[in-house]
Design a binder for this molecule. Structure first.
Ligand SMILES: Nc1ncnc2c1ncn2[C@@H]1O[C@H](COP(=O)(O)OP(=O)(O)OP(=O)(O)O)[C@@H](O)[C@H]1O
Length: 290
């Protein structure tokens, strides 16, 4: 019996094409699956499609096809502990694919057919009446402002360059205020904090060695320095593959955090809200194809 699966596909993601989707469905069918294709028509559809599959099926098998944003959308619709989740990367940055070592669409399909899965641990962020799960990271402070400030028209025209333009604007209108981060009964004064559920950040850069979406809790990168030049030092270290620790940066493990202030918050590359927020780790949300 072929195994039914739901493909949630973002037709606006980086390398989407009709023929590519046709090839994916043919490969899956040849590998023993019975795919149903659902194309997202807007930002909320991936979560709605995943929620529907989870409410209608006993063993929902959901394949997010797109970028990290589509995967995050699907993740946010899952009923806890019920679904199998897979990812076929068609996005621009595809951090999750890098994290899982998936180098191509064909490789992603091969892994789905291999049917090896691991229990997935995610983060849940709450603040301002919003609750949102994340797979990769939540950033509060500098990178939250950068993501918030990305203009749609620039993203269409310049792709990843839109983030550089937004970063330059964020640097020009510098907000030097610190915020309070509480974890494990300890309080710290930070300028930005990145709660990492995966090692990579923004592409192939390893920001939090040891952070793992299949392991419990987070690696938290707290940037204490409040000046622009503190960030330059961190960027140079990360680009050189050294990790950000030392100097004005503290890295620690946590399962639960409270972050004060009202700085901008992004999760998995999408702007969500302004602080204050709480973040907690949730184990076994789904089984993820690896
Ligand atoms: N039909 C649609 N029209 C416009 N936006 C959409 C549509 N479907 C999904 N989206 C939004 O597009 C956002 C970006 O898509 P996605 O992450 O899949 O691709 P990407 O930006 O190319 O890749 P990456 O996130 O890996 O850089 C998603 O977060 C989602 O909110």
């Amino acid at each position: 019996m072929p195994l039914p699966c739901t493909l949630i596909i973002n037709p606006t993601s980086g390398s989407y094409s009709g023929p590519l989707v046709k090839r994916i469905t043919e490969l899956l069918a040849a590998g023993g699956f019975e795919p149903t294709v659902l194309l997202t028509g807007g930002p909320d559809d991936a979560a709605a499609f995943a929620a529907r599959a989870c409410s209608q099926e006993e063993n929902p098998y959901i394949i997010a096809v797109g970028g990290d944003g589509t995967l995050n959308g699907a993740l946010n619709g899952l009923a806890p502990g019920k679904a199998t989740l897979a990812f076929i990367p068609l996005g621009t940055a595809n951090v999750c694919a890098l994290e899982l070592g998936i180098g191509s669409v064909d490789e992603a399909v091969r892994r789905i057919i291999r049917r090896e899965t691991r229990p997935l641990s995610v983060g849940v962020l709450e603040g301002f009446g919003v609750e949102r799960r994340f797979l990769l990271m939540a950033g509060i402070g500098f990178d939250g402002f950068v993501v918030e400030g990305v203009l749609g028209a620039e993203k269409k025209r310049f792709g990843k360059g839109a983030y550089v333009l937004s970063a330059l604007r964020t640097l020009a209108a510098w907000d030097g205020r610190p915020m309070e981060v509480t974890a494990g009964g300890e309080r710290r004064s930070c300028h930005s904090v990145i709660v990492c559920n995966a090692a990579r950040y923004g592409g192939k850069f390893v920001l939090a060695p040891g952070a793992d979406m299949f392991g419990p809790g987070f690696r938290v990168v707290c940037i204490e320095g409040t000046r622009r030049r503190d960030y330059l030092g961190i960027a140079l270290k990360v680009l050189a593959g050294k990790g950000p620790g030392g100097g004005d940066v503290t890295v620690f493990d946590a399962d639960e955090l409270t972050i004060g202030g009202n700085k901008a918050v992004q999760v998995d590359g999408d702007f969500i809200c302004h602080g204050p927020v709480t973040i907690r780790a949730v184990a076994d949300l789904a089984r993820m194809v690896v």
